[in-house]
Design a protein around this ligand. Structure first.
Ligand SMILES: Nc1ncnc2c1ncn2[C@@H]1O[C@H](COP(=O)(O)OP(=O)(O)OP(=O)(O)O)[C@@H](O)[C@H]1O
Ligand SMILES: [Mg+2]
Length: 239
């Protein structure tokens, strides 16, 4: 079974790339062959994993041009994002194009790191995935962004369209010393009573792993963030 996971949230800076790269690192550390597909013109994913963010990647794959996933670790490969994702060719692609093209790729886990705001790129990931992780921090605008993604997932499902059918909310950067963070879980239970909630605590080690461009399981597999990401990986595999 191949796990195809979109990490989304719509709002910027809520920890999507940290969750996507962290999960990639967790699955790779468990011996799975992992590909992470960056859908963000900012191209942060390849950078965070210590590879070249300017290399050919997702845009070229979508446009039928040469693009070879870059090796970050023995069993962790990356397709970088980049400004070509805003080209006319990608903008006019069909929402199912990425889903079709990744079907022929041979990996155990494929993660899609969705961008903030850019809905046609986010949609490529949501449609190609079977599972969506919808990230929000405690800020009301982030909760609103996550709600928009959930509405889109539900609408697609109701219309019988292709795309992620199983999804969870990821409460990201949580620090329970902050009152806004304390209130978030109750707020999400009331708005989405049937939706699984997963947590990634605020963790400086996790931020340092990104800044130093080392996959978190190589950097510090015992840090709080790595613990939380391993629990998310378990939820994914519990399907
Ligand atoms: N759990 C966490 N603990 C501490 N810092 C975190 C955590 N998650 C993310 N960060 C930090 O917050 C910043 C934004 O994180 P990240 O890039 O993962 O967000 P994003 O949603 O992918 O952003 P964008 O919308 O720009 O793609 C980064 O500096 C990252 O290191
Ligand atoms: Mg990001």
């Amino acid at each position: 079974m191949v796990y195809k996971i979109a990490v989304s949230g719509r709002k910027g800076g809520v920890g999507k790339t940290t969750v996507a790269c962290g999960l990639a690192s967790v699955f790779a550390s468990q011996g799975q062959r992992v590909l992470i597909v960056d859908l963000d013109p900012q191209s942060n994913t390849a950078y965070v994993l210590g590879t070249d963010p300017t290399a050919a990647g997702t845009a070229q794959l979508l446009l039928g041009q040469p693009s070879i996933p870059i090796k970050a670790l023995e069993n962790l490969h990356v397709l970088p994002g980049g400004p070509d994702l805003t080209s006319y060719g990608v903008q006019s692609s069909d929402p199912e194009d990425l889903a079709d093209v990744v079907e022929s790729l041979d990996y155990d886990v494929i993660l899609f790191d969705c961008p903030p705001g850019v809905e046609y790129l986010e949609r490529l990931g949501l449609v190609a995935a079977d599972i969506a992780l919808v990230c929000t921090n405690a800020h009301p605008l982030a909760v609103m962004g996550a709600g928009r993604v959930i509405n889109e997932l539900n609408a697609r499902q109701q219309k019988g369209r292709r795309g992620a059918r199983r999804y969870a909310l990821v409460l990201s950067m949580i620090d329970l010393r902050r009152s806004m963070d304390q209130a978030l879980d109750a707020q999400l239970v009331s708005a989405y009573p049937h939706t699984k909630r997963l947590v990634v605590r605020q963790d400086t080690t996790l931020a340092w792993a990104s800044a130093e461009r080392v996959p978190v399981m190589e950097y510090d597999p015992k840090c709080k963030g790595a613990e939380d990401l391993q629990k998310i990986a378990e939820w994914v595999k519990d399907a």
